[in-house]
Design a protein around this ligand. Structure first.
Ligand SMILES: [Zn+2]
Length: 356
């Protein structure tokens, strides 16, 4: 019997989305995935400023710690506040004590006047916004930041931008972190990326991927169900699989339970050890998480079958690099009440901005 595990890795997160909860609803309810992007997420990321980015990351990192997640692979976008944004996120995570690998998700969906293009595909040339996003990745990585080169998705980028992102990643010896074939709108992703992708790439979602692409696939079952994009059938892909939340918190046991029942719906002979291996694959990006210690309020953590059928297991204590960063459910480096109050203030500012 054991109430202890190593640290968990959330392989795809959007820390900027922590303040989205409770945001004003779109004027018209979105009816498909592209409308969800246009009316929810692209409205939200455009409204972010530095203070919001900081407190959103503080809240997201704190919530990760409370779930025993010690490492986050983050994908960031804030088109009106690009320069320095990755350092802001890294600083927030460092204060909480959680490790982060972050990137700026470049895109050509904003024209050179800063307006969202009504038609996002096809895009012929690299925009100023994409250049600025690449420059932020380059700056952050050049200064020793832990990260990757981010791309929103092939369907919102020109070929020129995709090539530039791939080249920048090679220059820094990192991979590209990109949403791939999440919805039907991005069905061309495989054809457009196959000559660029390599084993260091993080291919997020891969629900409608029509060919083999080099890289690790990140499966985000809750997000995929929420956006009604379909089941990614991760066991049918030849790629290594990791688990992410796509910005809906960082509770990896919760995500693993969901991944498991979704897998069982597809293949009733599956065992929870399949999903457990997806969690462990996260150590490819954060090998040091294996030495982190997470203690839970449940004492059968050695059994995937117990975990799969026990909702509500909570982390009580977390040690990262030998330092106790969570004790009896409370973070030691930050005041959790202050984080909640400050995040709520920024969330109010953000929601007021979105309402206008
Ligand atoms: Zn995502």
């Amino acid at each position: 019997m054991s109430n202890q595990t190593a640290g968990f890795v959330c392989a795809h997160h959007h820390l900027y989305s922590s303040l989205a909860r409770g945001m004003p609803a779109p004027k018209k309810a979105p009816t498909n995935f592209l409308e969800i992007l246009q009316q929810v997420w692209w409205r939200l990321d455009e409204a972010l400023d530095e203070q919001m980015i900081y407190w959103s990351a503080m809240l997201g990192a704190t919530e990760a710690l409370l779930s025993g997640t010690t490492c986050i692979i983050d994908h960031h976008e804030s088109p009106k506040s690009i320069d320095g944004s990755l350092s802001t996120i890294a600083r927030a995570c460092k204060e909480v004590g959680v490790r982060v690998n972050t990137c700026y998700g470049v895109t050509d969906r904003w024209d050179n006047a800063g307006k969202l293009r009504s038609k996002v595909s096809p895009l012929s040339e690299m925009t100023q916004a994409a250049k600025q996003g690449l420059a932020e990745c380059d700056r952050f990585l050049s200064q020793g930041g832990r990260g990757m080169v981010g791309v929103h998705a092939a369907f919102t980028c020109s070929d020129e931008t995709l090539k530039a992102a791939s080249d920048l990643a090679l220059k820094h010896n990192v991979g590209v972190h990109i949403h791939v074939a999440e919805g039907f709108d991005d069905q061309q992703a495989g054809a457009r990326l196959e000559h660029l992708a390599n084993d260091d790439w993080l291919l997020v979602h891969a629900v409608h991927l029509d060919r083999k692409l080099a890289g690790t696939v990140v499966h985000n079952p809750r997000s995929n169900m929420n956006n009604s994009v379909g089941y990614a059938k991760p066991t049918k892909l030849n790629n290594q699989i990791m688990l992410g939340t796509d910005g809906i918190g960082a509770d990896m046991l919760e995500e693993a339970r969901l991944a498991y029942v979704r897998l069982r719906e597809f293949d009733v002979s599956s065992s929870p050890s399949v999903v457990w291996s997806w969690l462990e694959n996260g150590y490819k990006y954060f090998p040091e998480a294996k030495t982190d210690k997470v203690f839970f309020n449940y004492d059968h953590l050695e059994s995937e079958w117990h975990v799969a059928f026990t909702p509500g297991i909570r982390a009580t204590d977390v040690e990262i690099n030998g330092e106790k960063v969570l004790v009896s459910g409370l973070p030691t480096r930050v005041d959790i009440n202050e984080v909640r109050v400050k995040a709520a203030e920024q969330s109010k500012r953000l929601h007021e901005r979105l309402a206008n």
